[in-house]
Ligand binder design. Structure first.
Ligand code: CP
Ligand code: NVA
Length: 305
């Protein structure tokens, strides 16, 4: 494992190994045990999109591991003015021990990983968000005591979160159901890859337009914003189309009685989810946010340690 670009690239054991290490690092942090595994190492963090959780959790995680996080906004580096990914990769690998990148085109992250002789971590593209899903699987494990055999239902836009959740569920032996409206389904190439992963794990993938069908007996109910970064001009249209996909109390009743509610955040109450669900007793959103820190420490320790 040189990079973390997509959970599809990882074996089932590699994904489970990262989750186990994340849980261990979390437990040890809470009992005051320090790990300076990345002492003297520097992580460059390239952002061409906004972030709260990703930026803070990577910076804090790197610091806790004894390394140094270097925030690189695309507004400030030459990449934002047209310097090539190739040249950026070749320069940064001379200074850094790893690169974390959040950007639009997934192909840019693949190119960066191919060109740079240091680990590259995908911190969200238009296509995938693997770090978030590692945190979500960790959170599911903490609340359910297992992953194998559980069902996750994702209701909403067939976006980067939906894609990475499909990949993640398949790798850990969970069933996954995605309900998205016509025209906003998941990327067909990702679906084909995911189908192969589900076949290998013997679990089920359901793709439907019907949120009630998807959420039936789900152990985890997940949604995300209807308007991802870069889609701001489509906001009004999307809000109209997606309204039947809102996760509200009525829809949530169809899930398992002990289902947890998850959202990668940032959330927009009254749109993709109602207040009574996201702020209600089933919600574990802040555990997910916390686990970004622990899961990413596991990723950095594995790739850069
Ligand atoms: N969930 C997530 O990636 O949050 P940020 O956009 O705040 O980093
Ligand atoms: N789908 C959202 C996720 C944000 C963490 C986006 O890409 O904006």
């Amino acid at each position: 494992m040189k990079d973390l670009i997509s959970l599809h690239d990882l074996s089932s054991d590699e994904v489970k190994g990262l989750l186990e290490l994340g849980l261990k690092l979390k437990k040890e942090l809470k009992s005051g045990i320090e790990h300076h595994i990345l002492k003297g190492k520097t992580l460059g963090m390239i952002f061409t999109k906004s972030s709260t959780r990703t930026r803070v959790s990577f910076e804090v995680g790197m610091t806790q591991l004894g390394g140094y996080p270097l925030f690189l906004s695309s507004n400030d580096i030459q990449l934002g003015r047209g310097e090539t990914i190739h040249d950026t990769a070749k320069v940064l690998e001379r200074y850094l021990d790893g690169i974390m990148i959040r950007t639009y085109a997934h192909s840019d992250v693949i190119e960066l990983a191919e060109e740079a002789n240091i680990p590259v971590i995908n911190a969200l593209t238009d296509l995938l968000h693997p770090c978030q899903v590692l945190a979500d699987l960790m959170t599911t494990y903490e609340h359910k005591g297992k992953l194998e055999g559980l069902k996750l239902a994702y209701i909403g836009d067939g976006n980067n979160m939906a894609h990475s959740l499909m990949y993640g569920c398949a790798k850990v032996g969970m069933d996954c159901a995605i309900a998205a409206p016509k025209g906003y389904e998941c990327n067909s190439e990702v679906v084909e890859n995911a189908k192969a992963d589900f076949k290998a794990s013997g679990r089920t993938l359901i793709l439907t337009e019907d949120p009630v069908e998807a959420i039936k007996n789900a152990d985890v109910v997940y949604t995300d914003t209807w308007v991802s970064m870069g889609q701001e001009s489509e906001k009004a249209e999307r809000q109209k189309i997606f309204m039947p996909y809102q996760v509200n109390k009525e829809l949530f009743k169809n899930a398992d009685n002990d289902a947890v509610f998850m959202h990668c955040l940032p959330a927009y109450r009254g749109f993709e989810v109602t207040k009574d669900v996201i702020d209600g007793p089933h919600s574990v959103i802040f555990d997910e946010a916390e686990n970004r820190l622990h899961a990413q420490k596991a990723v950095m320790a594995t790739l850069m340690g």
